[in-house]
Design a protein around this ligand. Structure first.
Ligand code: GLV
Length: 316
């Protein structure tokens, strides 16, 4: 049976699939697979492992004659037409849990880098402007005793809340459902989105990208933010209206933003590149050796299970 992977992922997972007797083909170039090549190479595959940069829509799904599983190498799956795949009896899986800590670590990294003005600090040194110690040089904020607002209290939101709580923050959250564990262990309080935006010092986004969350933070509600607010986005770019975010950052209406994801990835709003009060990362939330290896292995194991007639580990 044939497995197609749209980019070179961790070799341990490719070996695992080969050891199980599958024929594995990998798109070898170091860039997203062009659609025509994808279409050509997947006609007769039994399993597809795509990346989040691949759009797996109806046309792509219809082009696969006997595929049984689309095993995403990501936790987000907004790039897949899941309903249509299911309708065609194709199982879709993702990689939850294994990237939770890595993404929550990055959310905290961005929160700290923003609040302690880490990149302005580096720039000052690079510009040869560090002449002497000063009582008011690059003052930032501590996390202790601040209100840390989590939007989306799923796995990654909860792991980020745990970290912020350990730093001494008060946790509030906005989510569709109650997170009892967060309420019990972190004394977290559930609140409305507007109240969270109004009172939080730090705001970290952890919702999936879908019609409900598109521009969840927009022109109207971004106005509610405090002047010392730090916004962190390690989820998906289109959850914030990027143009409106740039406007409030430019006007200095909030303290800072730490962004790992962008509305038109990999394009970054040109104004963001000029602003001092932003920290930018190139979508590296799950980019740890531990997480990426585990993601590759989980995708591979999902494929093995389904092609051997068993249940996948992490179905969507
Ligand atoms: C990364 O953004 C993922 O969805 O896994």
């Amino acid at each position: 049976m044939k497995v197609y992977i749209t980019r070179k992922i961790q070799s341990k997972a490719i070996k695992h699939l080969r050891d199980k007797g599958f024929t594995v083909s990998v798109y070898k170039e170091d860039k997203p697979i062009p659609r025509n090549i994808l279409m050509k190479n997947i006609k007769n595959v039994d399993a597809l492992i795509p990346l989040l940069t691949d759009k797996i829509d109806k046309e792509v799904i219809d082009n696969m004659n006997k595929c049984k599983i689309i095993a995403c190498y990501s936790v987000g799956y907004e790039n897949i037409d899941v309903d249509y795949a299911k309708h065609k009896n194709i199982m879709v899986t993702n990689t939850p849990d294994v990237l939770t800590d890595s993404t929550a670590d990055l959310a905290m990294t961005l929160a700290l880098a923003c609040s302690r003005r880490l990149f302005e600090s580096r720039k000052l040194i690079d510009d040869g402007k560090f002449k002497h110690w000063k009582p008011d040089l690059l003052l930032g904020y501590e996390i202790k005793n601040k209100i840390f607002g989590i939007i989306g209290a799923g796995r990654i939101g909860e792991a980020t809340a745990k970290r912020a709580y350990a730093f001494g923050a008060k946790i509030i959250y906005h989510s569709r459902s109650v997170n009892k564990k967060m309420e019990k262990e972190l004394k977290a309080k559930k609140t409305s989105l507007n109240k969270l935006l109004k009172i939080s010092d730090f705001i970290s986004l952890h919702v999936p990208s879908n019609e409900r969350t598109y521009h969840l933070l927009n022109k109207e509600n971004l106005k509610l933010l405090k002047s010392n607010a730090v916004i962190i986005n390690t989820a998906r770019g289109n959850i914030i209206d990027e143009i409106e975010l740039v406007k409030i950052l430019k006007k200095g209406k909030i303290f800072s933003a730490g962004l790992d994801v962008y509305e038109n990835e990999p394009k970054i709003h040109p104004e963001l590149l000029k602003l001092k009060n932003v920290v930018l990362a190139p979508h590296i939330g799950s980019a740890t050796i531990e997480a990426r290896t585990a993601m590759a292995m989980l995708a591979a194991k999902n494929v093995v299970n389904v092609l051997k007639g068993k249940k996948p580990l992490t179905p969507i």
